[in-house]
Design a protein around this ligand. Structure first.
Ligand code: UDP
Length: 324
């Protein structure tokens, strides 16, 4: 049985990936300091270590206790807005801590990693759909921290033979079909959970950040991708890593939905009225982000299986009875 180390396994995408790994018979070791992750999302079948990747000795202890076969690295700060106010903590937590992890991996001769990257590495799109050769000019320090790690991975592949695949997620959303896992960010800033918190009565209204964009209805268009489709991609990437060596892939649906359209779909799925207020644009929001995922399809054999309705339905199952 292969041992997979998952950093950030108590987070949103991490916890969904852990569940699928365990269901497939992999053995999972989680490192998460619970600063953003949640204990409720930790699968009891996994081994769990509560510490931060700034502690290299603790990482070493985990590698001494298990023969790790692969690392899937999710642990990171993800709030783009926050990164503009305090880039230092993003560079320390995301970049420096990844360097610590890689240092231990090299020391222990574990040379396989799947890295959780983001569409934010592209910045303002020059064209859509965005493919992997689109220029990478992040417009926030969160995206820059992820791009720095991608570049480090490329140089480590070249110099040390470290194998890696970076997966650039578009808008991760939805929840596990079983209802035991879902999106729990503190604070929540993402569109779909915020709309569903209005539907379940824990919030008063949803603010639309700008309705004067150059799109069909003036609101921003995004490519929403189900969290379990993302989780599946990690497993495919892991299984193909030996033959691939080093690469990066976009993960999205190649379909764009405006903020207004998403609100409309949430109304349809929940049957609830959702109060809306137009607010000013949020800084750094591109009008339209849509993935071209054909490279992931051709090379990894990955294709999304769930559409926006499935995303909202599963997310609603998670949020329906939650009132925070
Ligand atoms: N958005 C919004 N109101 C909110 C939260 C988000 O209008 O309360 C918009 C946001 O401007 C963006 C889209 O919804 O165009 C998706 O935002 P989210 O934060 O979910 O993901 P992002 O695209 O920033 O990664």
């Amino acid at each position: 049985m292969k041992n997979i180390l998952v950093t950030g396994g108590a987070g949103y995408i991490g916890s969904h990936t852990v569940k699928i790994l365990l269901d497939k018979g992999y053995s999972v070791i989680i490192i998460d300091n619970l600063s953003k992750g949640n204990k409720k999302l930790i699968d009891p079948r996994a081994k769990f270590y509560n510490f931060s990747l700034d502690d290299k000795n603790k990482i070493l202890e985990v590698f001494d206790s298990f023969q790790i076969d692969f690392v899937i690295h999710f642990a990171a700060f993800i709030e783009a807005g926050e990164s503009m106010k305090d880039p230092q903590i993003f560079f320390k937590n995301n970049v420096v801590n990844t360097i610590n992890l890689l240092e231990v991996m090299l020391e222990k001769d574990v040379k396989k990693i799947i890295f959780s990257s983001t569409a934010a590495v592209y910045g303002e799109p020059e064209y859509v759909p965005i493919n992997e050769i689109h220029p990478r000019k992040p417009t926030n320090y969160y995206g820059l921290s992820k791009l720095m790690i991608e570049n480090i991975l490329e140089s480590y592949n070249h110099a040390y033979g470290l194998k890696s695949i970076s997966l650039r997620y578009f808008n991760a959303s939805g929840a596990d079909e079983g209802g035991s896992l879902g999106e729990m960010h503190m604070p929540e800033t993402h569109l779909i959970p915020l709309i569903l918190k209005v539907a379940n009565g824990s919030r008063d209204k949803i603010y639309i950040f700008g309705d004067d964009y150059d799109t069909e209805d003036g609101t921003c268009v995004r490519d929403y991708i189900h969290v379990n489709d993302l989780a599946d991609a990690h497993i495919l990437a892991m299984e193909k890593l030996d033959e691939i060596g080093f690469d990066f892939f976009n993960l999205g649906n190649s379909q764009g939905f405006s903020v207004k359209k998403v609100i409309y779909i949430c109304k349809e799925v929940t049957g609830k009225n959702i109060k809306v207020e137009i607010a000013k644009r949020r800084e750094g929001d591109p009008a339209r982000l849509i993935a071209d995922y054909s490279k992931a399809k051709n090379v990894l054999g990955w294709e999304p299986k769930r559409d926006i309705y499935e995303i909202v339905k599963t997310a609603w199952k998670w949020h329906e009875n939650e009132n925070s």
